[in-house]
Design a protein around this ligand. Sequence first.
Ligand SMILES: [Zn+2]
Length: 463
Amino acid sequence: MSEIYTSSEPMDNLEVLCDVYGSRWPGTKEDVESANYMVERLKSYGIDNAHTEKFKIPGWKRGPATLEVTSPIKKEFDVISLPFSIGGDVESDLVFLDAGHVDIYEKRKDEIDGNVVMVTSARPLGMTRSLHRSEKFMRSILAGAKGWIFMNHYPAYGPPTGGISPVIPSLGIAYEDGAFISRLLKREGAVKVRIKTTDKNMVVDTHNVICDVEGKTVDDEYVLTGCHVDGHDISQGAVDPASGTVVVMEMARVLNMVKDKLKRRVRLMGFGAEETGLFGSYNYAAVHEKELDKCRFMLNLDAAGGASKKGVVYNDFPELEPLLEKWTGEMKAEMPHGQRVSPYSDHWPFFLKGVPTGSGGDPTAAATSTGRGYGHTRYDTLDKVDTTYLRLASANYSRYLFRVANCEDWPARRKTQEEISAFIEKMGYDETIKLSDKVKAYVRTWDDLHPDTDAWLNRKSDW
Ligand SMILES: [Zn+2]
């Protein structure tokens, strides 16, 4: 603990990851260089086995994008493409769906069909679950949308980003500009817009960074932790994810210093290409499938150096809470805990394979959260990160994982595929999978398929 609280290592690493390598967008030179930098740093801590694992993913290169209102007035707006948007040129009526409640797409299908949809990033009122951007996008496609605009619901954070599928030209727009257009629509009754995008979809290589703090290895069980390395291409991705990436590196550094007292191996990872579809963790869980039986616990530390990330949100493993309660009492550490499962970060591919999983977080703070704030905008920069939180996360999670690795009576076991399937159905996530199959089937009926859409539909299974 004294190492953590007297070191500037995480902030020093963060400055390199963010200011030197920028967004570390998958498939770019900075992506490769940041992975190599992490490996070199980890080796300098004495962890000689640090290495990268390469894999192929669908990549995407942003081009300039424009949005113009063409009627009843003429006006251009500052917009950005959403990752995986195809390049295209669409002019049609605009349909504004506010936060895009799950029922609205069917109800207003006649208006949406053949037109451009605008929807905000807000959580729709009157829904018990949140509605992810990708679901709003897919439901718009199924209703016949030919262009898609994602409006930030936060003022003063610019246009939001976030991956969609390569089907129609898709944009992010700032709250203020979206609000202007929606007022115009209300006043005039009809607004025509023109979207032009010039993006490219292609296959690229990216990497996972992997290192092991070996410990005594009393048996072949081990503990796994990690955070993704890639940020969104418009951003430094400083809080999400790099604050967590440097916490994982710091944990590797300090756990390696006490490895003589560590009974089992701790594997620490930087996942590649999370933002565009959890590719790094899916790839790892597939390639290392045989080793997962021996994995006691996977702790996902996505953005773990952000404010109030000090506890653990378990993914439907209630048997792990009493143990954490006992340990935090002994450690005199504050680590709030709870249960929740969301499919939108790197624990998910491990969860699907039945591995006991959890994420760094504070379930008491998450209950009041309304969205990402400056996350996924160009304002997620290094200056938002506070050394206090980097130290708190490094301290809490390294102490916790040390105890998980040393525990003689670890209560969690790997779930069966039947248990996982039943859980997914209960949560309604099978609906999302069916929705995506529906979108693919529907898009296949189009006779003017864009080449990028065609490649996406016929992509290889290892994507
Ligand atoms: Zn993240």
